[in-house]
Design a protein around this ligand. Sequence first.
Ligand SMILES: *Cc1c(COP(=O)(O)O)cnc(C)c1O
Length: 433
Amino acid sequence: MITDELIVKTPVVKEIAECKEIFWENDRAGDSFEDNIVDIDEAEARLVRFAPFIKRKFSKPEDGIIESTLREINQMKNALGMNIPGRLFLKCDSHLPISGSVKARGGIYEVLKFAEKIAIDSGMLTTEDDYGKLADDEFRELFSKYKVAVGSTGNLGLSIGIISAAIGFQVTVHMSADARQWKKDMLRSKGVTVVEYPDDYEAAVAQGRAEAAKDPSCHFVDDENSLDLFAGYSVAGKRLRKQLDDAGVTVDEKHRLYVYLPCGVGGAPGGVTYGIKHYFGDNAYCFFAEPTHAPCMTLGLVTGLHNRIAVGDIGIDGRTEADGLAVGRPSGLVSQAMENRVTGCFTVNDEKLYPYLAALKDSEDIFIEPSACAAFEGLKYTCGKQSRSFPAPDDNSVHIIWATGGDMVPEDEKKTYYEKGTLLMKKQEEGCE
Ligand SMILES: *Cc1c(COP(=O)(O)O)cnc(C)c1O
């Protein structure tokens, strides 16, 4: 039995296999690493070139740069009812323009890059041009000969579907069974072809990849292996540095940064972490949050097997209400890149997500989806804790909860989530008495 062997080598696997909540500290965090997986400046420059196109096609963002606010959440800090030394911020990727999730970073970037290559290869565009012209009919005509495909649990599909349709690509989203109905409906309303699979996410991706491979005009956005996605996410580190500077928030060896990121296949939190470590180095500590029933990145890192192990291999079902995180096998590319960058990983029970969701809504009037709420749990593992791989936060520390999604969720679903959270909160309070 594979689990028994793993447990002998790495005892924490036993708790992971039992779907217990765990915190794992990465002893290799801080080992030196080569900082050359992607070129963040190049990716940022490409997004700047595309700003006039984004402005023409979408009412928001007004400047054509897809970025989210960084909000200090003092009311939530009080509501959490624990001692959190330092300042607490929410990075509102939940409200990123165009697709309302962190996928608006990597997903949109990859599709824009594909479009740019086609336009340049056709001789109709140079990087010196005003990219606003890519919205003209002659380009739409050009792009309509190409296809984009992606496999997704939901938010990546939304992001790729919306931007591809805006550019004029023929786009297909392969969706797993656990994807929400409203996401499928919304995509279809935008002219996106949605193919549904009875199996899990990995199967949807595999099908999508196989179909795209048969067609040379089709670009497959590969959530498990894409350097373009990774590059798009990594730009967040550069933008975050500027946002913190502008807000007068210092990060240095006396003012340390703690970042908590929900993790599915790993591209989003991995790319963001890559960017953050690039700009903040040893002054930043990044932690990944996963559901107890789908702890794929934790398992890949803990065992050192990366994408050569899936949660099913140790008998875990991968089922979680945190649909953005319902992934059984991590990206090998990302898992390896995180080996000496991520400070730690932790797992969260699904029921914990909803009280955070309701508390954030009550205290700050911000809605984020259940997946995104997993990040809050990380504060418990850092604040007031002594540890090998990071210093205990103090009054000079800066904490950032990376809110990865929420704005696109329909109102009735938001209400259901919120009510569930309120109910669970009441139960917890009663349980404490
Ligand atoms: C996709 C997603 C994540 C995780 O991103 P991965 O690249 O899959 O690790 C986290 N939260 C939400 C809401 C998401 O949609």
